[in-house]
Design a protein around this ligand. Sequence first.
Ligand code: ADP
Length: 373
Amino acid sequence: MAEIALRGVRKSYGKTEVVHGVDLDIAAGELVVILGPSGCGKSTLLRMVAGLETITEGDISIGGAVVNRLEPRQRGCAMVFQNYALYPHMTVADNIGYALKIAGVSRADRRERVGKVAGSLGLTEFLERKPGQLSGGQRQRVAMGRAMIREPRVFLYDEPLSNLDARLRVAMRVEIRKLHQRLGTTTLFVTHDQVEAMTLADRIVVMNKGVVEQVGTPQDVYNRPESTYVAGFIGAPGLNLLNGVADSDQGVVTLRDGQRLSYDRVRWPEVGHGPVIAGFRAEGVRLEPGGLSGRFDFAEELGAAQLIHATIGGETAIAHVAGATRLAAGDPISFIVDPAQVQLFDVSTGRRISGENESVPADRKGVHGLVLV
Ligand code: ADP
């Protein structure tokens, strides 16, 4: 178990920089998920920690020591990939114990350690099978066993669940979480799936185009997204985002079609008069008369609830409501949004406008492109 620190980490391939200076501290024993869309640089970041990619600039430390120049095997990391590439001709036991065999561990010790690891992964009854005789989930567990047996200081997972079907992914997520609780090994987990990130992580690192947009607990990034990018990425669906013009005297945002959305102006002292993006969660919306009016488009069925897609102020907004609706496309609809739940973002930068009780660095005050009151 070791802490990891990244300082000003950059990566370029030729002249193209793909990771633009990442600073990150991961505590010993923490499970941190790096989340972002394909191509944002998350695998590259993970591979730099593992030592599979060189670092163009900056430092990476594991357990307090800079590892920039260490070979992968000297770093004490074990990596689990999406393509787990087991040895097809070897049994599960031999696959799991392979690293120990290479290290010259005796047959008896190997058997004991393989037995323990297999037990903790529910693989005991499959030890004599070949990978071809296992399901995808079982194969993935063997890959994890192969990493675990080395008793690494750090686990690195690179989209390990992407090849599994939806049901298995959920089951494996739970297993990885339980495993982490039991072993307490520092873990970095890369995924593009926000649900995976929300359910697994102690903290989430949201990446966008080679930069870190926000680091926080799942609750932090859900409740208090630092940017419209994070707001739209986290949650199912993401935060509803509507363009409008704020009036801080009245505490309202006038939407494109002239409708007025109230916000709690005490909470948003930094908002002045001018264009903003107003956000609210689908889960906070009630479909009752007297709110923002719009047109019903369609309903996404979730079983116990529905996601009601509507057009409001010329933009799409979604409500998460219990039960079923009987609306037809084009029907009028009304969204009641609690003013206390409205969040505000700067139009030009997409950054969250600081709200009440939030410490605002002096150099950020007044940079929101708004006239401050
Ligand atoms: P992610 O894991 O978020 O999908 P990657 O870290 O794999 O993203 O890639 C980040 C960017 O770096 C992408 O634009 C990708 O095309 C580029 N890239 C990754 N590996 C290489 C490489 N070996 N050579 C050149 N470009 C690369």
